[in-house]
Every structure is written in C-alpha cells, then in structure tokens.
Design a protein around this ligand. Structure first.
Ligand SMILES: *Cc1c(COP(=O)(O)O)cnc(C)c1O
Length: 410
C-alpha cells in the first residue's frame, strides 16, 4: 500500500477551529433556540469597499473582451503595476518591486515557505502563536520525530509571550541559525512589537545567523504612530527578514484571496545563493500567480480612495474591539480577577482568567452567554488560561454579545 508522508503523521489532531465548530454544533443541537454569536474565528464580516468592487467589476468585464483578456501572467510574482504600488504605498519606495512577491494570501505563503529551509532547520515560534507557524514546521519535517505533547513539539523552540514580558519574547532561548516567526500586531494577543523590540530582534538575528519570518497581516490596524508597521522600518532588517502581508483582514479579502511577501535581495543562504531566487523558483513551480481579478482589487485597495475606505472598515472593527474590551472590564469580570489586554492597535482582545483552563472558560461562555470565543490554549502552551475575543462582526451582534458577557459568572 501507499505510504503516508511521515511528516504529516505528527500534525496535531484536529486543528483548533474544527474543534470549536464541533462544540458549537453540539451545543446548538441541544439548544436549538439559542442565538449563538461568534467572537471566535478571525473572519471578516463587513462588505468590500465600493471602490474595490467597482475596479474588480471593470477588470472582469475587460476579461470578457478580446482586448482586455489576459491569461497566465509573465511573472507569477504578480502584476508589475501592483508590485510597484505596494512598494510605494506600503514601503515608501524602500522595498523594490522586484523584492515583492504577490500571492494568494499570507497563510498560503507561510505553508510554502518552509520548503526552502528543509527538515533540519531550527524553528522558534512565539507562544502563543498563529497555528500555521507550528503546523508548517511540522509538515516540513522540522518539528521533530515525536508527536505533540502538552508542551508542544520537541524540536520547536517555544518563546513564551506573557503579560510579564509585555508579550515580546526573550530571544536568548533561540538557537543559532533559526527561523524566527514573529507576528505583530499579534494574533492572538493583540500586542504590537515596539521599535525597540524589533531592533533587538534584528540585531539578534544578524548576530546569530537567523532569518525572521515577520507576519504583518494586521499592520494596517496600527493607530499608534510610534509603533512600527513593517520590520523594514528597522535598520538591518533587509539583511535578515522576510515579511508576510495580506489584504485579508484590512480589505476584507479573506474570500477574495490576496497577499504578498517581501524577500529582500540581500537575504542569502549559507552557500551564498539568494533566498529570493529560491523563492521565485518555488513559486514558479508550485504556484502560478494570484488571481488577476484579486490583483485588480488589491491595486484599487492601495490607491487614495482605496486606502481611505480600508481605514474606515478598520475603524469599525477597532471600535468593536473597544466595546468588547469595556464589557470585559465590567464588575463581573473584575471579581473573577480577569485581566484584559488590548492596546487598540489590533482586532483581538486577549484576556486572562487566572486559575482557569481556557477550554473550560470557552464551554462556560458558550453555555451561559451563547457566545463563541477562542480558547488561548489552542495557540500554544502559554495560551492556557487566556481567551481571545475577535472583533470581526456586525456591530449589533458585538453589542448583543457584550450585553450577555456582562452577566457572565464563573
Ligand atoms: C488571518 C491571518 C493570516 C491569513 O492571511 P491570508 O492572507 O488570509 O492567508 C496570516 N497571518 C495571521 C497572523 C492571520 O491572523
């Protein structure tokens, strides 16, 4: 019989969100009358901005004409005009269009990226973190031979990110020549790394032969002007960092699918070859470029009107986050000793329920409030006792969920 890829055998059973969906379904079956509201999975809910819709429509109509039809793109790294616009609008021209690789989303890039580094690379992740960093590592064979335990995978270095360290990791636990995954603004904690944090990170990476994989999928949510939106705001980052970006959360492209990653030309492997060349080779082989319709939408999202409309939607989600935060600061949570973390620069509110298990809090909130949240333990061992509240939702649902949460007891 055919053999299973051993690297896949160790993937932890049941990805976090299917387990949440299962519990939600079981609860709904027992309580058909319950009106469940989800503050769980980070999925956008508000419509695409009119300008983006208009430009995508125009592009689709052109595809239906002889003159406007386009097939495969010349370069699977994306439409030249989109790469140029990203270079200008996001990086102020400091990153060259040739260093920008447009894709069908940041998660897709994350899943493909580790193929470049093989099974022997050391990997360090923030703990808690977005599950793909760990799963991508395990699929590439770099998670070790043993199955997951409650402390995670043996060959992955977990860097605890807790209130005690301001949610930014102690890098001294990272081995030499590691890939270091850093997400800022962070999913799930909502914390944003400061310039000082990233300066320390870049210097550590350069001194220790590491490559930083910087996930900036939420950078457009940063409202505090002192906080860095890109790792390339830090001098030296072009020598040690790859940045992942996405239109999903800021422009509502979760279903449209579009993102990019920056692989600077300075970045090299130990044999002197360019990482960007390897990346181009892989994407040309395993990916034929992002949908041209999605790219037309992304191009519109980054012009003056698009950027303005995008910020309006982001404000809407940030206001939701502020409502959730204030509900979690109400008296009933105070008596439970709940601590709330939300700096106003991310769509997530992270809360600690001291002495409680995340999944128990999840079950209680579901049964008492009929609200779905995400248990912090699902993001890594250090997420235990925490709950992530997502602000992606229609305002009326968020308000209703907040009213219910104010009556929660445990
Ligand atoms: C949602 C999310 C992404 C996913 O991006 P896509 O572009 O939709 O694939 C990437 N990173 C983080 C941290 C996310 O939360």
């Amino acid at each position: 019989m055919i053999k299973r890829n051993k690297n896949y055998t160790n993937l932890a059973k049941g990805y976090l969100f299917p387990e949440i969906a299962k519990r939600r379904k079981a609860f709904q079956a027992q309580h058909p009358e319950a009106k469940i509201i989800s503050l769980g999975i980070g999925n956008t809910t508000e419509p695409l901005a009119p300008h983006i819709v208009e430009e995508m429509k125009n592009f689709v109509e052109a595809l239906g004409t002889k003159e406007g039809y386009e097939g495969y793109q010349d370069d699977s790294a994306g439409m030249p005009k989109l790469r140029e616009r990203i270079s200008k609008a996001i990086y102020n021209g400091e990153i060259k269009p040739s260093e920008i690789f447009v894709s069908d989303g940041a998660k897709c890039d994350l899943g493909r990226l580790q193929a470049m580094f093989g099974a022997d690379v050391n990997v360090a992740v923030q703990d808690p973190s977005y599950p793909v960093y760990v799963d991508g590592t395990v699929m590439a064979g770099a998670g070790g031979k043993e199955p997951v335990t409650e402390n995670g995978f043996k060959d992955i270095t977990y860097m605890p990110c807790l209130p005690e360290n301001g949610f930014f990791p102690d890098l001294s636990v990272v081995k030499k020549d590691s890939l270091i995954y850093i997400c800022s603004p962070n999913n799930p904690t909502g914390a944003v790394a400061t310039k000082e944090n990233l300066f320390e990170l870049v210097n550590f990476a350069k001194a220790n032969g590491c490559v930083v994989l910087f996930d900036a999928a939420y950078s457009a949510f940063i409202r505090d002007e002192n906080l860095p939106k890109s790792i390339y705001e830090i001098e030296g980052a072009k020598d040690c960092a790859i940045e992942m970006q996405s239109f999903s959360k800021p422009a509502g492209f979760t279903g449209v699918r579009l993102g990019w990653c920056v692989v600077p030309e300075n970045l090299k492997f130990d044999d002197g070859s360019k990482i960007a060349d390897a990346w181009a080779r892989i994407t040309n082989t395993a990916f034929n470029g992002a949908s041209n319709i999605a790219q037309a939408g992304g191009f519109a999202a980054l012009d003056e009107t698009g950027l303005k409309e995008m910020q309006e939607t982001i404000s809407y989600y940030l206001e939701n986050a502020a409502l959730i935060r204030s509900a979690l600061e109400s008296e009933n949570f105070k008596v439970m000793g709940v601590e709330v973390y939300s700096g106003g620069n991310a769509p997530y509110v992270w809360a600690k329920f001291p002495g409680k298990k995340s999944w128990d809090v999840f079950d209680q909130i579901l049964s008492q409030c009929n609200v779905v949240v995400t248990p912090g333990a699902g993001f890594g061992p250090s997420g235990e006792s925490f709950i992530r509240f997502s602000s992606f939702g229609h305002r009326e649902n968020i308000q209703e969920a907040c009213e219910r949460l104010k009556l929660f007891k445990m």
